[in-house]
Design a protein around this ligand. Structure first.
Ligand code: PLP
Length: 396
């Protein structure tokens, strides 16, 4: 993987004359040069709107924009008609909540592990129940089954936790939801850059992620929505770009994804996202998964050697996704990340990670989170563990 590091210019950033270690990838990922070039290409050579007019620039921009939709459909095994460009995962979930046709009496199931962005859009429109999926120390789909009632309309769950890196059993939860005629949403924000996703195999109705979590630009995200759900839904935002015709007494929306993409989209973001997907495909899923599992296992083994560290997870086994939430007994999380940054050049994150219900359940103000990506190395992981070790020796 080492030669891929050279594709990420931000990795050459130094602090105090030394290289930085970026371990906050669950928050956002770094961008390869090809993504930066795509955004740059748009502003340098196209700088034009999409689907508006016949001139060369707009036609080229529209063609490239729609090619990314096709690439995304291929990436997820969906149809291009099922791919809607949004601002980010948060907007995608808000749009899905609109498309689901919920009422204030609808009942929605969430897990207690959800990011606020996969809780509040449901909370605002329906009665949400945060299910604690644990039973006998393991995740149990029956805990969801027990909560389903005649008003339950939808189950929304993250694929991989942004707090613990754990993979949730979305396949069995979707099967369970289907048996009970519920719609399903998978929040793929933390899985999209880690392993291949096949929406047809999963059988979900909605799946969302942000481009910036998979080496793409900020300000662009994707909502996959099953064609049947889209066809019966009304537009959520109205204006230019989403109408077939308009007269004083009314309008007719366009069909397909355009119906849900009102206004000028983030064209440069979409083009950059296309290059990010190309980057992932070039590296290859097996190399990505193998590398990430190696990082996770190495970090897991080192963390467990330090008796001052508590690792916060659902299960007791090692995660395959290198996302870890820890606390250091006796040291505040803020102190830990500040010391890591200022003394060791390590960029980590302390806080509730937009999962306050979970922190309340754990009775913790927050955790220190480390999250790695393909460009992190085993040596960097060792340096992080060494830094934590020296901190505990010095302070505790
Ligand atoms: C699991 C999960 N869902 C949703 C989001 C929200 O993503 P965004 O802020 O890009 O909309 C995040 C971001 O951290 C996340 O980790």
């Amino acid at each position: 993987m080492d030669h891929f590091r050279s594709h990420f210019p931000a990795l050459s950033r130094q602090q105090n004359g030394k290289a930085i270690i970026f371990a906050d990838n669950a928050s956002t990922t770094l961008k390869p040069q090809s993504v930066i070039n795509s955004v740059n290409y748009f502003y340098t050579h196209l700088c034009s709107n999409v689907h508006r007019g016949e001139n060369t620039l707009t036609q080229e921009a529209s063609e490239l924009y729609e090619k990314v939709r096709i690439r995304l459909a291929d990436f997820l095994n969906a149809s291009p008609d099922e791919i809607i460009f949004v601002k980010n995962a948060t907007e995608g979930i808000n749009l899905a909540a609109h498309l689901a046709g919920l009422t204030q009496d609808s009942h929605v199931l969430n897990s207690i592990f959800e990011h606020h962005s996969n809780f509040l859009p449901w909370f605002q429109r329906a009665k949400v129940e945060l299910v604690n999926p644990l039973r006998n120390g393991d995740f149990h789909p029956d805990t969801f089954q027990e909560k389903i009632n005649s008003q339950t309309k939808l189950l929304a769950i993250s694929h991989v936790s942004n707090i613990t890196g754990e993979l949730f059993p979305v396949d069995s939860l979707i099967q369970l939801a289907k048996k009970n005629n519920l719609l399903t949403l998978v929040d793929a924000s933390q899985s999209i850059s880690h392993f291949p996703i096949n929406v047809k195999e999963l059988g979900c109705d909605f799946l969302v992620f942000s481009g910036h979590k998979i080496f793409g630009p900020s300000g662009v995200g994707v909502l996959f929505a099953r064609k049947e759900v889209l066809e019966r839904a009304t537009p959520w935002m109205v204006g230019g770009g989403m109408v077939d015709w308009v007269e004083e007494s009314g309008f007719a929306p366009r069909s397909g994804p355009a119906k849900f993409e009102a206004g000028t989209p983030n064209i440069e973001g979409v083009l950059g996202l296309g290059s990010a997907l190309a980057f992932v495909q070039e590296v290859g899923w097996s190399a990505i998964q193998e590398h990430n599992e190696k990082l996770a296992l190495h970090f897991w083994e080192l963390l467990r050697k330090n008796s001052f560290i508590s690792i916060h997870r659902l299960r007791k086994d090692c995660p395959t996704n290198p996302i870890f939430s820890i606390t250091l007994n006796g040291l505040s999380g803020n102190e830990v990340v500040t010391l890591l940054c200022n003394r060791h050049n390590i960029m980590a994150r302390y806080g509730a990670h937009c999962a306050e219900p979970l922190m309340r359940y754990w009775k913790l103000p927050g955790t220190v989170r480390f999250s790695m990506q393909v460009y992190n190395t085993v040596e960097e992981v060792s340096l992080i563990a060494d830094a934590l070790e020296s901190m505990t020796r010095f302070f505790l």
